[in-house]
Write a protein that binds this ligand. Structure first.
Ligand code: GTP
Ligand code: ZN
Length: 198
């Protein structure tokens, strides 16, 4: 990822070639980059994209480095249900909006629950396909917490299918990645999917 410079106003300084790229796209779509309402748009668009894609500047596994072992012997499923998120598809750079449910069965330690949402956002704020996003979140939890099982289910709508192309608003894409006991043991799988509401 390229380094960013920040100005005295605390905002990212956008290099000229990035401004030019946005201007080129605006012109190509048919508008006039010199009209007043669009003068600052290239800078805003560039900064917005840096924010949409701020996951490139993060290593989500860092969020799972702080764990707690004193959990009163709790050894059941921990689930964060229906976490809203936004990502962008790598094919059209169109928004992917949806919700994710993330569960794990701890082995000997748990993590602060907000960290599961942080891991999700760390991967969502990149150019993605939903399948990879689902797999990356699951793998990160599996590798770093070494739990008995991990389950991630994502239900999302793709802007490239609603605002353009096939234009089918309201269609959800559902992906899942089950690891460990949630993959191997049918009862555990049923339990976690039912807690998630599936
Ligand atoms: N599997 C998968 N496909 C996606 C995802 N996001 C977007 N797509 C699809 O990526 C495909 C790209 O297909 P192409 O034929 O190369 O592009 P296109 O001509 O713009 O396709 P249309 O969207 O059908 O107009 C489309 O079918 C999209 O619906 C995703 O997260 N996972
Ligand atoms: Zn797309």
């Amino acid at each position: 990822m390229s380094e960013v410079e920040v100005g005295p106003d605390g905002k990212i300084i956008v290099p000229d070639h990035v401004l030019d790229a946005v201007r080129t796209l605006i012109e190509w779509t048919g508008d006039d980059v010199a009209r007043e309402g669009l003068l600052d748009t290239p800078r805003r668009v560039a900064r917005a994209w840096k924010e949409y894609c701020q996951g490139y500047a993060e290593d989500p596994s860092v969020y799972l480095s702080r764990t707690f072992e004193e959990v009163g012997g709790y050894d059941e499923i921990v689930l964060l249900r229906d976490i809203p998120f936004q990502s962008h598809c790598e094919h059209h750079m169109a928004p992917i909006t949806g919700k994710a449910s993330i569960a794990y069965l701890p082995r000997d330690r748990v993590v602060g629950i907000s960290k599961l949402a942080r891991v999700l956002n760390g991967y969502a704020r990149r150019l993605q396909v939903q399948e990879r996003l689902t797999a990356e979140v699951a793998k990160c939890i599996w590798d770093n917490l070494q739990p008995h099982g991990v389950a991630v289910v994502i239900d999302a709508q793709h802007g490239c299918m609603t605002g353009r192309g096939v234009r089918t608003p309201g269609v959800g894409m559902v992906t899942s990645r089950l690891l460990g006991c949630f993959l191997d043991d049918q009862r555990s799988r049923k339990e976690v999917l039912s807690l998630m509401g599936y």
